[in-house]
Design a protein around this ligand. Structure first.
Ligand SMILES: Nc1ncnc2c1ncn2[C@@H]1O[C@H](COP(=O)(O)OP(=O)(O)OP(=O)(O)O)[C@@H](O)[C@H]1O
Ligand SMILES: N[C@@H](CCO)C(=O)O
Length: 673
């Protein structure tokens, strides 16, 4: 710092007179500036001569004693360039911001050591976050290795002193926040640094390592880039000891929309749009998935359940309240009392496999609620244990957000019966991913959401259909060795079990999903085809239903299924649907024969209800891992369902049934005002 220079007062006044040598481009020859510089002797702060102790001998070399291709010779000087500006014909930088440019005679000053290199990261808005237009918000940035809040008069002392540090070697300085509007998120045209939407020199010191500045009026809707300009006290960009280092600044891109919700078009471009293009042929070992989401009709059978409430556990002051009732979908409604946000997430039920497409799924939603108000007492309501909130927390923690927001209340309206083959766990997982994305303002594209879901629910069929809707085929992409390892971490590591005394730090830093784990394609679905879900009144967990499956299959059985699946995906899109084609194409030899022992009545129902005996029927199969039976039909729904009921009854199994339709939209999130 200047004062210490003065204190070290050496012997000024010797050796005035040498001007810069300059290089080929700049050498204006010697001048007499140095010669005119008188002594000042003694006081390093006032002496007009160079003290020998600060002479940088290295500046005499142009660096090309050994020529290096691509390098240009450096300017040189044997007097520290003290008169360099005299060679430039530019005005001297005098503390003002001289718009036409100037030449600065101040030395660069104290260069920060490598262990003191500044760095920063925006906390709000985060990269790709969406915020509401024309509404006040605080830009927040975590910063290290700058003694912040040191900001000299920018009109009188701009670049007017060297960079300096405190006793620990940390640069004394401040930062600036600048927000520029972009034409598009993938803009490639360089921006005009002379134009920006917001700029602020941050002259306050960081609190707990975070700097904060209010953008009082918010920003109009658009796409923006937010950058820091980390600077020394006199506004010059920070200087550090080495050339190769990470960025000393941060830069993020964010969206501003009228309602603060991710722009549908932008999300679509990153989500659905690329999905179809990404689908490649080839079946992975874990199969292809077909799934569809469906909308419930109002078939006879189950009554909607009435709401039931149960108190949830607490997560860092967050309140979890679960309501389970019956009338459609898996719906998660949140409200936060501290932040003015509430939103609803709706996820459809799904029916995997559709006969030969084992681990492939099929259509439906608005599933039945076989026992009204069922579920509140079956799932843990502690947010550390409940599947949806654990998945949300997983997503948040992968984005360095360790906790659910405080004062968060969640109401779940679950229409999907557990363990029936209607995708209840997949829906809970997708709801969790959407919840995490919304709570963290992460604006995750659909593809990325699928990655998170697939880290938790390893079969792509249910989660993909629940996320994107429609009749969907999906497969798990073959990953390279590192990604395979990352994707195969045990579920207990992704969503660790929380012991009763788990604190907020439990399960932080979870394994992040590799990019692009699942691929999918949407098939067509003839609008006349509806689904009768015949739902036995007992649960069969997917895990148990998979235990009975063999490790390997005969070629004959595999070919049997592959042939049918190839036909089925197209046959179900044709209008009018062909019962002969579809009934045969919905037969399966990969999972149903092995699961019959777990579902009394399964073989009898699937073999005795045929298009001949029940006009209107197209095909019949096990829904997911069972025990629900799915009958696709264009008419005759009551007869199909009631006859199936009789067969099940003979085996001692009670059923209810619901008439469902395929829904083309997948999961929805709606922010409420
Ligand atoms: N919100 C939730 N919180 C905790 N656990 C849940 C939640 N939703 C579902 N589950 C768990 O998932 C189980 C059901 O998952 P499972 O995979 O066995 O069947 P499914 O998803 O209903 O059917 P399928 O996968 O065959 O379509 C439930 O019994 C319950 O333990
Ligand atoms: N396809 C799975 C069910 C849901 O993923 C199975 O039949 O085991």
């Amino acid at each position: 710092a200047p004062h210490s220079l003065a204190e070290r007062a050496g012997k000024g006044g010797n050796k005035g007179g040498n001007a810069n040598k300059g290089n080929a481009n700049n050498d204006k020859g010697n001048n007499d500036a140095g010669a005119k510089a008188g002594g000042g002797g003694g006081d390093l702060q006032t002496s007009l001569t160079l003290d020998p102790s600060v002479l940088a001998k290295g500046f005499e070399s142009d660096g090309q004693a050994q020529q290096e291709a691509g390098q240009v010779p450096s300017l040189t000087s044997s007097n520290n360039f003290i008169n360099f500006c005299a060679t430039t014909k530019k005005p001297i930088t005098n503390g003002q911001q001289i718009k036409g440019g100037s030449c600065n005679p101040a030395p660069m000053g104290v260069i920060a050591a490598t262990d003191k290199m500044p760095s920063s990261k925006f906390v709000f808005p985060k990269n790709t976050q969406t915020i509401k237009a024309n509404q006040q918000f605080d830009v927040q940035m975590a910063i290290q290795n700058i003694v912040t809040g040191n900001f000299v008069n920018p009109n009188t002392n701009y670049y007017a002193a060297p960079q300096h540090t405190d006793d620990s070697g940390t640069i004394i300085g401040h930062t600036h926040f600048v927000i520029e509007k972009l034409d598009a998120i993938d803009q490639t045209k360089p921006t005009n640094p002379g134009t920006f939407a917001f700029f602020k020199g941050v002259n306050t010191a960081a609190k707990d390592g975070v700097l904060s500045v209010s953008v009082d009026k918010g920003l109009p809707a658009g796409i923006y880039r937010l950058a820091s300009i980390n600077a020394a006290a006199n506004h010059q960009p920070v200087l550090v000891a080495i050339a190769q280092h990470g960025s000393l600044d941060d830069m993020v891109y964010f969206f501003v929309t009228e309602d603060g919700q991710p722009d549908a078009a932008a999300a679509g471009a990153q989500g659905n749009g690329t999905a179809a293009a990404d689908v490649k042929g080839g079946a992975a070992a874990d199969g292809q998935g077909g799934a569809a989401a469906a909308k419930g009709g109002d078939g006879a059978g189950a009554k909607g359940g009435q709401a039931q409430a149960a108190k949830g556990g607490n997560a860092q002051g967050g309140k979890g309240v679960y309501w389970l009732s019956g009338s459609g979908y898996y719906t998660v409604r949140t409200a936060m009392s501290t932040a003015p946000r509430s939103f609803t997430i709706r996820v459809p039920a799904t029916s995997a496999n559709i006969g030969p497409g084992f681990d492939v799924a099929t259509p439906m939603s608005r599933p039945p609620s076989p026992t009204p108000a069922r579920g509140a007492d079956e799932v843990p309501l502690d947010p550390y244990k409940n599947l949806t909130t654990r998945v949300a927390l997983y997503v948040l923690r992968c984005h360095d957000i360790p906790l659910l927001p405080s004062h968060l209340s969640i109401h779940v309206n679950n229409e999907i019966p557990f363990g029936r083959g209607l995708g209840s766990s997949g829906a809970a997982v997708i709801a969790g991913v959407l919840l995490g994305s919304a709570l963290g303002n992460l604006n995750l594209p659909r593809e990325r959401m699928l990655d998170y879901a697939l880290m938790v629910e390893r079969h792509p069929d249910n989660v993909t259909a629940a996320l994107v809707g429609g009749f969907v085929g999906s497969y798990l992409r073959e990953l390279d060795a590192a990604a395979t390892q990352a994707a195969s971490v045990p579920l207990s590591e992704v969503l660790p079990e929380y012991p009763p005394d788990a604190g907020p730090e439990w399960g932080t830093n979870p394994p992040k999903p590799p990019m692009g784990i699942g691929h999918y394609v949407r098939f067509g679905w003839a609008p006349a085809i509806r689904a009768v879900a015949i739902i036995p009144q007992f649960e069969l967990s997917t895990a148990k239903a998979r235990e009975v499956l063999p490790e390997s299959y005969s070629r004959k059985d595999l070919v049997f299924n592959l042939q049918r699946l190839a036909v089925l995906t197209t046959a179900l899109a044709q209008s009018p649907p062909d019962p002969e084609l579809i009934y045969e194409a919905m037969k399966d030899r990969v999972h149903q024969p092995y699961r019959r022992g777990l579902i009394p009545g399964l073989p009898e129902v699937t073999s005795s209800i045929t298009p001949k005996s029940h006009p209107g029927l197209l095909g019949i199969c096990l829904s997911g891992a069972g025990p629900t039976i799915l009958a696709l039909a264009v008419s005759g729904f009551d007869a199909i369902a009631e006859d199936a009921r009789k067969i099940f009854k003979e085996k001692g199994v009670e059923v209810i049934w619901k008439l469902l339709d395929v829904v083309s939209e997948g999961s929805l999130i709606k922010e409420e005002d």
